[in-house]
Design a protein around this ligand. Sequence first.
Ligand code: 5GP
Length: 191
Amino acid sequence: MELLQKAIQERGTIIGDTIVKVDSFLNHEMDTALLYEIGQEFRRQFQHKPVTKIVTIEAGGIAPALMAGLAFNVPVVYAKKQKSLTMKGDVYIESVYSFTKQVHSNVTISKDRLSPEDHVLIIDDFLANGEAAAGLISILNQAGATVAGIGIVIEKSFQRGRSRLEELGIEVVSLARIARIGEGKIEFLNS
Ligand code: 5GP
């Protein structure tokens, strides 16, 4: 998605060798026009799938998921990250390791929010090692829901997330794929 690549290139910053900071349009301040287009593009990419619900994880996934939900005209559910171990039996739960924060947290979705009839499109802002997506897949499996696919705004293709998810037989669509980050430059896979 050209508009997105341009935003990453012009407005993103690099931290170390692996982290891209996009607080100027996605993760802090949010560019609503760009996010609207992101939602429309997810709709185009997954129009062959019978999507009934979008699922994401707080906080970074919420904005693109909301726009995808709007484009599909389906509800959006975000998984909550909770430190507390005192969970009631009314939630699906999975432990997820955060790539950026380097901590494990328990990710939960209320059992009321998912059903075995759901065909769920998972949306997230970044794909690194696939931890967040794998955690959401586990929760959807617990609910007996079908995973329709995974839509990612920014994939770091030099990390193992995509191959891990594809091994599970799940379709992964990323709107921008970063091949490498180095010497202050971001290179995309298709350029
Ligand atoms: P994964 O779970 O695939 O290892 O990492 C994806 C999650 O970590 C995303 O939900 C995102 O919040 C965060 N993340 C991973 N890499 C980056 C990055 O380069 N920049 C930002 N802003 N977040 C990232």
